[in-house]
Design a protein around this ligand. Sequence first.
Ligand code: ADP
Ligand code: ZN
Length: 796
Amino acid sequence: MSADQSASPQHRQLDLFGVAASSPESALPNGGIKGESGSGDAMAEAPTLVRSIVRVQLEGSAALELDYLVPEKLAGRVRVGSRVTVPLQRQRVPAVVIEFLAESPHSGRLKEIAGMVGTKPMFTENLLRLARWIADYYLVPYHQVLRTMLPQAVRARPETFLTDSRVHLVKEPPAEVFERMSRCAPMQARVLDMLRVAGGELALSSMRRDLPRAAAVIKPLLKAGWITRSEARIERDPFQDEEFIPSEPLRLTTEQQEAFDRIHELLAAPAQARPILLHGVTGSGKTEVYLQTIARVLDAGQTALVLVPEISLTPQTIERFKARFAARKDRIAVLHSSLSEGERHDEWFKIHEGRADIVIGARSAIFAPLENLGIIIVDEEHEPSYKQDENPRYHARDLAVVRAKLESCLVLLGSATPGLESFENALRGRYELLRLTRRTDGKTLPLIRILDMRLERRKGTGISAANAGILSEKLRAAIMARLERREQTILFLNRRGFNTSLTCTACGETVQCQDCSIPMTLHKKDHRLVCHVCGARRLPPAKCPACGDPAIKFTGFGTERVETVVREVFPQARIARVDTDTVQRKHQLRDMLRDFRAQKLDILIGTQMIAKGLDFPNVTLVGVLNADIALNLPDFRAAERTLQLLVQVAGRAGRGELKGEVMVQTYAPHTPAVQFARHNDFDGFAQQELEHRQVFHYPPYTHVVMLHSRGKHQTRAEFALQTLHRRLLDGLPEGAVMGEPAPCALAKAHGQFRFQLLLRAEKIRPLTRHIRQVIRSTTLPQDVVVVWDVDPVSLL
Ligand code: ADP
Ligand code: ZN
């Protein structure tokens, strides 16, 4: 079989999951944490004890754990969590020390560790414990988890810092010496001048700007003893050019104060505290509560880890943190995907070396090697992007809960629309629920109006019937009113491109990607059909590829078409479109948003890139062009996603002095998700939706495990799951429910056929144990990839 968890062929059976994990049964993130984690393993022993035998985990594909001797020269330096190189079959391979042993079954035949990477252990003991937990819970090999925990740049090139020389003026030469120098050695005299002006010290690199040969020029000065030279590390700081105006803590509102006081109280005894769910409507000042909480944590000499979704990790967010902690902004580290490799390396080492006490990052920052943690904050905790979509398929929000337990620190999950998993935990008292029900500015939440598009389509004054389906009459009038009042509008549509499909009106054929089972989208600017799954591009055909009829028609709309229509209808407006077609680089997004904020634009059209976390005071209208996209997803979370989206998008309106209005276009106006969003009634929605979930045995009342197969040959991909299905039936734990293997909603992608099999159970451990057992003992077709996803966030 070629499961992507698999290791080198000769070890396959053994290697799938590594050795049996000693991790706790009890810590279920979605089910709350009971009992003590990671107890009883040898890692709990003092790492500084000098013992001669260690057990290591190889980092490479083989998930073997082997024993080695610590050589004399490394005695006392090698610790639990150290990265080392060890001899194996005449090679040197990287490994991680996981345990000190009093004795080994192989004593007498043990080889010595060859070397050590870095000076300090690269993994804290708590992170090693977390890795065990992940390996066990998500059914992945331990070594794979360890690899995931270290950024690539740190793993491949540890401690490769850039350095720069600094030149220091020792003493100034007497006037007559300088005089002579100015005549005979003018370059050297200039160096001394530069140093004097700079206050006695300069980086060689900055000297080179005026004096390209500075390195050679300073030599005689060094020799004569007028100057000295030292080497200093320079950090690749992703924000070195940004300016931060310090901000003062705001006077908290009554609600904020109550939440803050309670959090503060819990900070005193975090080991006894439950995870906190902060449910605060958009604009209720959750971030201010985070900031003031972090200040307390720092005052107590502890550190804070803040997770935000990648998409909201904007300069705006980071600025807010740097501004508040301006006095110690150098002690803030940032980890996210658009850092360069070098920057990520340096930010990681900043944390590793204890030079950071606030870390802000996206999903993978949950592995930041912070010590002495006081709090972990997960903002927008409902965001599906916290789930990693390759192995190990961990959920960073859930790991935050587990890590907090291991670190005995507080964990705070915040959202305007909590995930139903977290909300249910709060309702059941496993999490502590804190609420912010009002906006800080005292304004009511924006009025949400539902526009029934079944009626709108037929109306059309000054707009074609087809385009009226994109911009309803009411929405057009509302935009017009904003233009007249010089207020701003955001139009939201979570779909790129011009048309979403090309269909033959004669035979009904829709032009699909050859490699994927979805319609291709027209991108008009490039005049190409594009597959949004695999990126394939081709010329749009002039006639139907199936029946040859020329009556082939584009239907549906994406943001590109919206832009065209809006420009047509409002020729006077200044318009920009934000999606992955128009924004290829981070600074483009930043510039566009800056222009919008500066009111150089009237209308911003965009995909989910603009749905979250943005704060524009002059926006008084938000139009959701098609609320049904999320609603029609073949996923039991479709309603939850729709509600979250509508509430988040609506939160962009009326943030300043002016009152906001939200218009939602839909063909399904009476759907509960739409109606509850309209009344801003999250609790009502949650109550109804949870009842459904309970009746139909869906999360949060069960855990789901999704098995997924894919391969070029349809029958073999299907057969793989059928085989697993048959073998899983035998001994399926009591209470677990298994579906039938079926094609995925996206039945084909990248030329591979895709099938899935869902299993559900109230108790996850017996189920995963069973699955692990079956997968280990099943041989599957070579050309089929089987993956498994515990607690998947999407069933596509
Ligand atoms: P949320 O994160 O809940 O959406 P924010 O923290 O972004 O809300 O706050 C929304 C706005 O309210 C921000 O502009 C923020 O500066 C402001 N704000 C937050 N707390 C207060 C307060 N106590 N007094 C006045 N303004 C506040
Ligand atoms: Zn494709």
